[in-house]
Design a protein around this ligand. Structure first.
Ligand SMILES: [Zn+2]
Length: 487
């Protein structure tokens, strides 16, 4: 309802701005209307612009605190309709770092295209003629991207009673405060707002616009740089812009009729006696019976997933305290569910290099999406690994190995259950569905890293059961995928 109200407000404000532009008869004016006139926003209903440059993998740095890994952005194309409001971001990326360094699905093979769309409350991904609904927070995220565009921010400021003080426009939309900085000649230079992430909580998004050009009275920047939490996520040179382009983003029927997202549930399969492989939300954890306590491997993605995994572990091992959570690495997907375990008094076992990062980011504010730990704070307890750590209990053993000199992450652990010959990792090779072990979306560098670590430590691996992918597979599948064994 709130969105429709602001849409009505936008229509009214557009009418008002239209009058004031006639009165100032030349595109001047003061306040936010002056910015709207200078930008050519007043009669702009839709836009299409495109360019290329670099795109970066947020939350996927080689080491915590470093810049996000870079990809070549072959295509960056935006279509926007400010009134719907609707927004489409069409991107094609390819491997940008040689050799691969860091995460975000590296090393990617060939070109990888993604098309993300929002229209009102509906968000979806396009893949050719197919539309995949993106329920949950995607619609809000993409509308915020629309309101952070050079003209979108002016439209949203006018529709939401924005104020201009000094050179800063401030307003609230989509539940967030936006700040837009304008230049002396009334062009939008920067838009900033807060976003949220399961690992780091509130974090700043800043989009910087420069090198403006005039397209028949509509000003548009030819250089766009976005940072998320201080590191670049986009650096794009715009090469074409079409004001009032014919853009259509009708909501596909299967998106309109999509069921709401099902609640997160966990399912387990047996890897050995008292040893389970748990799937929740499409990603995997391990749970082991260590006699007088339980151990869980990997708290991936989110608090919602951790709560489902914890419920399943307690169903499998009723009344057994969960004492340890083993974390492979600090990429934001693999660390996204850790805080839930901390809040429940469970010790986090991770590489020693990750601890200062976790302590720092877990202390940050969480005003946008409070979680159980921010509501009931508890001090995190860590046990660390430098080169190797062995954990035993209830006749079971887990061995944790630091993955030295590997490309995916610089503080990454491989976890090995010697009695069953099963190995777990965070990223590097994701078993695809079906019979062919080769993942066509990736080149094999990180799979080769995994095999090298396994060989260097003389591990007798028979089964792989990692964090991502279609499920547990024979170790030979990894060797075939890496090109070290005939298919
Ligand atoms: Zn990773």
């Amino acid at each position: 309802m709130r969105i429709r109200a602001s849409f009505a407000g936008l229509a009214v404000m557009l009418a008002v701005v239209g009058c004031s532009q006639q009165e100032t008869a030349g595109g001047g004016g003061s306040g936010i209307e002056g910015v709207a006139n200078a930008m050519g926003a007043t009669n702009l209903n839709t836009i299409e612009y495109a360019g290329s440059g670099s795109v970066f993998g947020f939350g996927q740095a080689y080491l915590p605190g470093e810049a996000w890994p870079r990809f070549d952005q072959e295509v960056y194309r935006v279509q926007a309709n400010y009134q719907a409001p609707a927004f489409r971001l069409d991107q094609t990326r390819s491997q940008g770092m040689h050799p691969p360094h860091g995460g975000a699905a590296q090393p990617i093979a060939g070109d990888q295209r993604t098309v993300a769309v929002v229209n009102g409350e509906s968000a979806w991904a396009e893949n050719g003629d197919m539309a995949t609904p993106n329920p949950g927070g995607a619609a809000g995220d993409r509308r915020r991207m629309l309101w952070a565009t050079p003209h979108g921010v002016i439209k949203a400021a006018l529709a939401n009673n924005g104020t201009l003080e000094g050179n800063t426009i401030t307003f609230t939309a989509e539940g967030r405060e936006f700040k837009a900085t304008v230049s002396g000649d009334n062009l939008v230079e920067k838009v900033a707002y807060l976003n949220t992430n399961e690992v780091i909580g509130d974090y700043p998004v800043e989009v910087t616009y420069s090198d403006y050009m005039d397209y028949n009275g509509v000003k548009f920047p030819t250089h766009i740089v976005q940072t998320d939490d201080g590191h670049p996520t986009f650096d794009i040179r715009i090469t074409s812009m079409q004001p009032n382009a014919a853009v259509t983003m009708d909501v596909p029927a299967n998106v309109t009729n999509a069921a709401p997202p099902a609640p997160m549930t966990a399912k387990s399969e047996v890897l050995g006696p008292g040893f389970w492989y748990i799937n929740a939300g499409g990603t995997w954890s391990w749970a082991l019976d260590f006699g007088d306590h339980a151990v869980v491997v990997e708290a991936i993605t989110s608090e919602a997933r951790s709560l489902a995994v914890l419920e399943e572990v307690r169903r499998l091992m009723p009344n057994k305290p969960i004492r340890y959570l083993l974390n492979t690495h600090a990429h934001y997907d693999h660390a996204g569910g850790l805080r839930t375990f901390v809040q429940q008094g469970i010790t986090i076992v991770t590489h020693e290099m990750n601890v200062p990062f976790y302590k720092e980011v877990w202390a940050r504010p969480r005003t946008i999406a409070p979680d159980s730990l921010s509501k009931e704070p508890k001090e995190a307890v860590f046990e660390t690994v430098s080169d190797k750590k062995v954990m035993t209990g209830g006749g079971k053993t887990l061995e944790l190995y630091y993955m030295k000199n590997t490309g995916h992450n610089g503080a990454n652990l491989l976890i090995y259950a010697p009695q069953q010959g099963v190995v777990f990792w965070g990223d590097g090779y994701n078993p695809p569905p079906g019979d062919d072990p080769i993942d066509p979306a990736r080149t094999p560098e990180y799979g080769i890293d995994l095999i090298r670590v396994i060989n260097e430590n003389n591990l007798n691996v028979r089964t792989i059961a990692p964090a991502h992918g279609a499920g547990s597979r024979p170790y030979d599948n990894l060797r075939k995928a890496a090109g070290l064994m005939a298919p």
